[in-house]
Write a protein that binds this ligand. Structure first.
Ligand SMILES: [Zn+2]
Ligand SMILES: [Zn+2]
Length: 334
């Protein structure tokens, strides 16, 4: 049966009728499948939750161990089912534990991408192409202007500034889940082996990544009294801390921000970012359009972001395409 007949959009989000469960619901529901740990996808208070072991650990770390009534681990590639709906989680290449979810019911199938990217990411396995009748794609950066440069180039920009201004502190705004750990891994790959200093809000998730085998090298949590001594150091903090009182005691900081939105100069200016780093954990425009043709699904539903342009491109590719209007909360990550 075609997924149009058994997938509904309800107030809490995407609902599978025969399975009686939601995917990434925006409010507490009896049963949820969760693609990944970002706050706009993974919420506390559901009855039963199915997700990867990494995502369940992230949710427990953020919401406490009682975040759901019960939980079930989905391993990448494992064939699971609920109420005779086939369920398969596959890597999405977005952050640690992130998954696409494929559902199969009678002779129909649908893949929900969750958030994804196609670039190499040392913190998680790469996006796996799965065929289906319908592919539901995110579109956070769904406009042709969004072309993310190679991350190596952006990390080199940071390291060049670091060498040029050894008397200043380099303060880099990064989202605490995913972006922080990926930036750290790429600094290590670029040969930066000195300690990296962390704002307290980043410490727990970095530990969790290390527990799951992602090596991050020497990290030091910044204690209040130490801030003045951080000249010549790289310090990571959440974007919200870049200009707050926490940052004001750092020695002459070069303010950097790692985000896909840094492609838009006005945004960097508006946020008073001296060193914008265009680093995103979402697919850019070429990756989005490439993925439509790689997946090869005859029907595309576009959600999470700038939907119109991608719908238009899909239609030009002779695909049936429409925008899924969900209540989009602000992305936690970009
Ligand atoms: Zn995400
Ligand atoms: Zn998201």
């Amino acid at each position: 049966m075609h997924p149009r007949q058994w997938i509904e959009i309800r107030p809490a989000g995407i609902y599978c009728t025969p399975g009686d469960f939601y995917i990434d619901p925006t409010s507490a529901v009896p049963r949820a499948l969760i693609t990944h740990g970002h706050a706009d996808h993974a919420r506390a208070g559901h009855g039963a939750v199915m997700a990867t072991a990494e995502t369940l650990a992230i949710m427990a770390s953020r919401y406490g161990s009682e975040f759901a009534g019960s939980r079930q681990i989905a391993t990448y590639g494992e064939e699971l089912s609920h109420n005779r709906v086939g369920i398969r989680f596959a890597p999405a290449g977005h952050i640690l534990g992130s998954a696409q979810i494929k559902l199969s019911w009678e002779d129909g199938s649908i893949v929900f991408s969750g958030d994804y990217k196609r670039r190499r990411d040392p913190t998680c396995p790469p996006f796996e192409v799965m065929s289906a009748d319908v592919f539901v794609t995110e579109a956070t950066f769904g406009l042709p202007v969004f072309v993310h440069p190679p991350i190596e180039q952006e990390i080199a920009k940071l390291l060049t500034s670091f060498r040029q201004f050894p008397e200043r502190c380099h303060l880099v705004g990064v989202y605490s889940l995913g972006k922080a750990q990926r930036v750290i891994c790429h600094l290590r790959e670029a040969g930066f082996d000195a300690p990296i200093y962390l704002h307290g809000a980043l410490v727990k998730l970095c530990q969790l990544y290390e527990e799951f085998g992602v090596a991050l090298g020497p990290l030091i949590a910044v204690a209040d009294q130490d801030r003045a001594a951080l000249a010549g150091c790289i310090v990571l903090c959440p974007p919200s801390a870049l200009h707050d009182r926490w940052a004001s005691r750092l020695p002459d900081p070069v303010t950097a921000l790692a985000s896909g939105w840094m492609r838009i100069r006005a945004r960097a200016k508006q946020q008073a970012v001296e060193l914008p780093l265009i680093i995103s954990d979402h697919a850019d425009w070429p990756e989005l359009t490439q993925t439509l043709s790689d997946v090869g699904a005859p029907e595309i539903w576009v959600t999470h972001g700038r939907e119109e342009a991608l719908v238009h491109v899909a239609q030009r590719m002779q695909l049936r395409a429409s925008a899924l209007s969900l209540l989009n909360d602000d992305e936690e990550d970009d």
